[in-house]
Design a protein around this ligand. Structure first.
Ligand code: SF4
Length: 341
């Protein structure tokens, strides 16, 4: 049973450069000889009240809010690179509002998905574990958002930076640190099968069985997927299905299948039937995300009829379907829009 505790990751900017560099090294390489576990570091600094140690370098913050309650914030790191993160208030079926934090794992991204703003940046660099945790710390302690859920769906492909992402999850779930239950943490991938396999091993560790896997599929077949996602040339949907099946066989929770619905590209209701056939009996939930136009987008956002028809076709084909609420579109904070401030 997780008990939520208010703990404080040391503030990011520290005049004590040596202490900061040491913490940074430990957080980035928790397995390094002579170091202690990243979570222990977090505990140690909390216990000794060092609110001035460096975890992620200098920060300069921009905080942009939209009327629907979505907040996008920017952190500037020591080398001048910036991350974008989003806090989304989402009302559940019970009426309770969850505060979901969407974390970035990289500056930019190498995956080149054609519908995504971040892809225009290319991959600049991976974030360190400390820089990932710093996003949570800023949301929780500076913006005073009571974060209940975390998704790795911001800038970057988390499976391309899995060492840092997994170490961050250990800190974020630590009882004496952020204490976010693993069941409320999800990692999304474009279909990096080796990454899915490593994440499957991670999920089988004590206490981590409830972490969630999301896969950005966005098409009913390789031909359409290839137009949207270059990774399809290296990883077919067949290979992707195998990796997801291994996740389920190892005890993973149903996979969240993400489907960015783009008018005229992947919105044919017949495609929903084909998608259902591809998924076969895989335990999963389909999350339909109405496309959020990037800057100079060749496609508009889908209209309501288009979204409703696709969802209905998917449900008729036997899929469990949710529609992602569109949030933060006006401030370029919606899914696929990060990096276009
Ligand atoms: S959708 Fe995700 S994986 Fe694809 S380019 Fe954008 S950030 Fe990268």
């Amino acid at each position: 049973m997780y008990r939520r505790q208010k703990c404080y990751l040391p503030s990011m900017l520290d005049p004590d450069r040596l202490l900061g560099a040491t913490l940074e090294r430990w957080l980035t390489h928790p397995e390094a000889p002579g170091s202690i576990e990243a979570a222990d570091i977090y505990r140690h600094f909390h216990r000794y009240g060092s609110h001035r140690a460096v975890a992620a370098g200098e920060r300069t913050i921009e905080d942009i809010a939209e009327e629907d309650g979505t907040r996008k914030f920017l952190l500037r790191h020591a080398d001048g690179c910036e991350t974008e993160s989003v806090i989304m208030p989402i009302e559940g079926r019970s009426g309770r509002v969850r505060q979901t934090l969407c974390l970035s794992s990289q500056i930019g991204c190498a995956m080149g998905c054609t519908f995504c703003q971040t892809a225009n940046m290319g991959r600049v660099r991976n974030l360190t574990t400390a820089e990932i945790v710093a996003q949570w710390h800023h949301a929780e302690h500076d913006l005073h958002a009571e974060i209940t859920n975390i998704v790795f769906m911001g800038m970057g492909e988390p499976m391309d930076n899995l060492d840092s992402v997994l170490a961050a999850i250990e800190i974020l779930t630590d009882h004496n640190a952020a204490a976010v239950p693993p069941s409320r943490i999800g990692v999304s991938t474009v279909g990096h099968v080796e990454g899915i396999r490593r994440f499957t091993e991670f999920m089988q560790r004590d206490g981590m069985h409830q972490v969630r896997l999301a896969v950005s599929v966005n098409a009913p077949n390789d031909a359409i997927r290839g137009e949207l996602m270059p990774i399809t040339r290296a990883v077919s949907m067949k290979a992707l299905h195998e990796a997801m099946s291994e996740w389920i066989a190892a005890g993973g929770r149903p996979v969240l299948i993400e489907y960015v619905l783009i008018p005229g590209v992947n919105d044919d209701p017949a495609g929903a039937e084909e998608l259902a056939q591809w998924l076969d009996a895989l335990p999963c939930r389909l999350n339909v995300i109405p496309y959020n136009p990037k800057v100079d987008s060749p496609w508009p956002a889908p209209d309501e009829d288009c979204v409703e028809q696709f969802i209905e076709a998917a449900a008729t084909a036997g899929l469990t379907v949710n529609r992602r609420q569109t949030r933060g579109r006006q401030v370029m904070a919606a899914c696929g829009q990060l990096g276009g401030v």
